[in-house]
Design a protein around this ligand. Structure first.
Ligand SMILES: Cc1ncc(COP(=O)(O)O)c(C=O)c1O
Length: 464
């Protein structure tokens, strides 16, 4: 039998500051209704991201005290290298300060202008690092992965037929590598099956092109494989991880997710000559090869976190905490993306607020009320984040979906706090008809959602 609730007890607590509704309203108004501009210590439950927000264990904190800060040859490097080898089977591990530096190193070394890098869905930083090389970052997730209402066990799978066609059309010279993101963050934290990873590898082998994983949430992905993929129910998550990593030749990793640390990452593979080229670049832009961009103590925290994250008691708790939040919302009729992924619940804001048009940012309306009335921070992933004005036509262009992401930090919030989140969203849903749209008052030319300023529309100007 699994643990009935949290498989840990709390030894250290971080007190939260009580902030009244009036103060929250004032802070939000001063921030131009932009939740990124609100000080974090004025937030009760922060669901902005699951990245770098994990609680470390007593063993990880103890590991910090045995940090070896030697410039070269730190013992913590060897501990991390061993952990990565045992879990992935990759014998070359290059530490970096976080995931995006691993991406930078890999793409700067392998990708040339005019080439195409396919992925199930590129995460923002992966896309930006591919594009920085003058190449195209192409998303090839299966069609089911793009439909928020479609239930599929492996919605993160890469479409193998589309990949074949890409190789047939462009030839291998145009495609320096293929990536698969496990789980698929930009697609809602949806998992990828081993069968799919194998099929992609088979195509890559035929064309002589390497397959890499973006492995940020590999343990959560492997838990889904154990739960859902035929033939894996009796294998341990650790065994599944080894089998999954064997499908690729290497990976980039942000330790801020399934490394259970607040900072850190790495690049790992088996190719010694690639390691030499990457190391030359690492020395110039990140640090000496046995520390990358990290302190020795950070390497130790990540080495321990990578082993802890494979605990099946932990993973059962983790996946079910996220899933239960989704189930509470779903049962109350709140429209969410299904099935619930590994690290977050996504609310479908257009179905939640059908009377608020995309031009009035329905997702951000929900984010505003969640904070002002309940002290919860969520993030809009929709018209504010991805919408823009077409310079040619002068028309506003909106994304297909307007979502609000409730990302759950690892081992941080109790089930009672999650119930509070669910109740808050359900209450807002009941009162949704009274909610008003927003108008954009300031936007920066790039990544506007970080600094945008908005204002609530007067009731008379609300379009129905
Ligand atoms: C799938 C994926 N890849 C890469 C990254 C980048 O990692 P980092 O934030 O450590 O640079 C993230 C971060 O959220 C991610 O979710």
């Amino acid at each position: 039998m699994r643990f009935p609730a949290e498989p840990f007890r709390i030894k250290v607590v971080e007190p939260l500051r009580y902030v009244s509704r009036e103060e929250r309203a004032r802070l939000l108004a001063g921030a131009g209704l932009n939740i990124f501009q609100v000080p974090a210590d004025s937030i009760y439950i922060d669901l902005l991201t699951d990245s770098g927000t994990s609680a470390m264990s007593d063993s990880q904190w103890a590991g910090l005290m045995v940090g070896d800060e030697s410039y070269a040859g730190s013992r913590n490097f060897y501990n991390l290298e061993r952990a990565v080898r045992e879990i992935t089977g990759y014998h070359r591990m290059i530490p970096t300060h976080q995931g995006r530096m691993a991406e930078n190193l890999l793409f700067s070394t392998l990708v040339r202008p005019g080439q195409i890098v396919p992925n199930n869905s590129h995460f923002d930083t992966t896309r930006a690092n591919v594009e920085a090389q003058g190449a195209e970052a192409l998303d090839l997730v299966i069609d089911e992965g793009l439909d928020p209402t479609f239930d599929h066990p492996f919605k993160g799978n890469l479409d193998v037929a589309k990949l074949e066609r890409l190789f047939e059309t462009h030839g291998r010279e145009k495609i320096p590598l293929v990536m698969i993101t496990v789980t698929n963050n930009s697609g809602g934290g949806q998992p990828v099956s081993i069968a799919n990873a194998r099929a992609v590898r088979e195509v890559c082998d035929r064309y002589g092109v390497p397959l890499f994983f973006d492995a940020c949430r590999f343990a959560e992905n492997c838990y889904f494989i154990q739960e859902r993929e035929p033939g894996y129910a009796s294998k341990s998550v650790r065994e599944i991880a080894r089998e999954l990593f064997a499908c690729a030749v290497g990976c980039t990793m942000s330790g801020k997710k399934d490394g259970l640390v607040n900072i850190g990452g790495f690049l790992a593979f088996n190719d010694d000559s690639l390691a030499e080229r990457v190391t030359n670049l690492l020395l110039r832009i990140e640090g000496f090869p046995t520390y990358g961009g990290l302190a020795g103590r950070d390497l130790e925290g990540m080495a321990r976190g990578l082993n802890e994250v494979l605990s099946e008691d932990y993973l059962a708790f983790r996946i079910n905490q996220v899933r239960n939040l989704g189930a509470m919302l779903d049962q109350a009729g709140v429209p969410i993306v299904k099935p619930v992924g590994g690290h977050a619940v996504y609310i479908d804001a257009r179905r939640f607020l059908p009377h608020i048009p995309q031009s009035q940012f329905p997702g951000q309306c929900l984010v505003v009320v969640l904070y002002r009335d309940y002290g919860i921070r969520a993030v809009e992933v929709g018209s504010l984040m991805f919408g823009h004005r077409d310079p040619q036509t002068g028309q506003d262009v909106f994304p297909k979906l307007d979502l609000v992401r409730l990302a759950i930090p690892r081992r941080v919030y109790t089930s009672e706090q999650m119930r509070y989140v669910a109740q808050s969203v359900i209450e807002i849903h009941r009162e949704r008809d009274a909610m008003r749209g927003l108008r954009l008052e300031y936007e920066a030319p790039v990544l506007r959602h970080f600094t945008a300023r908005l204002r609530e529309l007067e009731p008379a100007t609300v379009q129905t």
